[in-house]
Design a protein around this ligand. Structure first.
Ligand SMILES: C/C(=C\Cc1cc(O)c2ccccc2c1O)CCC[C@H](C)CCC[C@H](C)CCCC(C)C
Ligand code: SAM
Length: 258
């Protein structure tokens, strides 16, 4: 642990208890892995349907906030079916490199098939890796930018994941973390939970995935607020961290620079 972290540990109240950064006890990693593998075949289509296509706009914003540019070497962490990796691929171009990492082989299989079907020339710069966000198979200071789209919330040890992101980012580089926003405003929470209960889960039940999409509600409840996301980034060593609310506070994007 870096010496600065030890100093933070010693100052009372200067650092939130790390337990706050662990995902809820709702599921162990294997159960989460199985959940995302089960939804992999319909994941993209349901995202488009249930967000009326808006999630693609949110993901473009996340990529823009990452600062990825032509020729960069970048990571889409918790890449799933690859939405953000494909956007990063177009951003860094054929001279750049994109790695998409996920621990669900079924999600990665969908990403590979999309890469083949979409067959844009720049997509040849994407490599898919099966791995765990809390133990990244990359050297220190390896990436020019990192995105995590709807992933950090689903990682059990979020602090460890942010430490790993910090480790593999080059100094001065940025991670862009897009996810639902654990809002302080009750109206936003009420609206989102009503939508999940009365639209998302009923639609998902048509695919036999009611339980999986019901998990959305509990996982958002167990997530970190924007302020806590900024805290976790600073505690992990980032020099700056800012959480931006989007879509009326339904979602948020943490931008943290090493
Ligand atoms: C891309 C989106 C969600 C990804 C996602 C994340 C998870 O943690 C899951 C966990 C379990 C099952 C599925 C997921 C999952 O898909 C966001 C868009 C898809 C959402 C399912 C739609 C949610 C709708 C909003 C609550 C309200 C949108 C209002 C308006 C259309 C903007
Ligand atoms: C909701 S999906 C998001 C996928 C994609 N980033 C997107 O924006 O659509 C969350 C993804 O995180 C992956 N995931 C969850 N915990 C992980 C971990 N510890 N290591 C690697 N991947 C993980 C899941 O397998 C799943 O594909």
């Amino acid at each position: 642990m870096a010496s600065s972290h030890i100093a933070l540990l010693l100052l009372p109240g200067s650092r939130p208890p790390l337990s706050r950064f662990r995902g809820g006890p709702v599921r162990c990693a294997n159960e989460r892995q199985a959940l995302f593998s089960r939804i992999a075949p319909v994941y993209d289509n349901l995202n488009d349907l249930l967000s009326l296509g808006q999630h693609r706009i949110w993901k473009r914003m996340a990529v823009s906030w990452s600062g990825a540019k032509e020729g960069d070497c970048v990571l889409d962490l918790c890449c799933g079916s690859g939405d953000l990796a494909f956007l990063l691929s177009e951003k860094v171009g054929s001279s750049g490199k994109v790695k998409g990492l996920d621990f669900s082989s079924e999600q990665l299989a969908v990403a590979v098939s999309r890469q083949y079907m979409l067959s844009k020339s720049c997509y040849k710069n994407i490599e898919w890796i099966e791995g765990n966000a809390v133990d990244l198979p990359f050297s220190n200071c390896f990436f020019d930018a990192i995105t995590i789209g709807f992933g950090l919330r689903n990682v059990l040890d979020r602090y460890k994941a942010m430490e790993e992101v910090y480790r593999v980012l080059k100094p001065g580089s940025t991670v862009s973390v897009l996810d639902f926003n654990k809002s302080d405003h009750e109206v936003i929470t009420t609206f989102r939970e009503w939508m999940i209960d009365n639209v998302v889960v009923p639609v998902a039940s048509g695919y036999g995935l009611a339980k999986e999409y019901q998990f959305l509600k509990s996982s958002i409840r167990g997530f970190l607020t924007g302020k806590e996301l900024e805290e976790i980034a600073l505690a992990a060593g980032f020099s700056s961290a800012k959480h931006y609310e989007i879509c009326g506070g339904l979602l948020g994007n943490l931008v943290a620079t090493r």
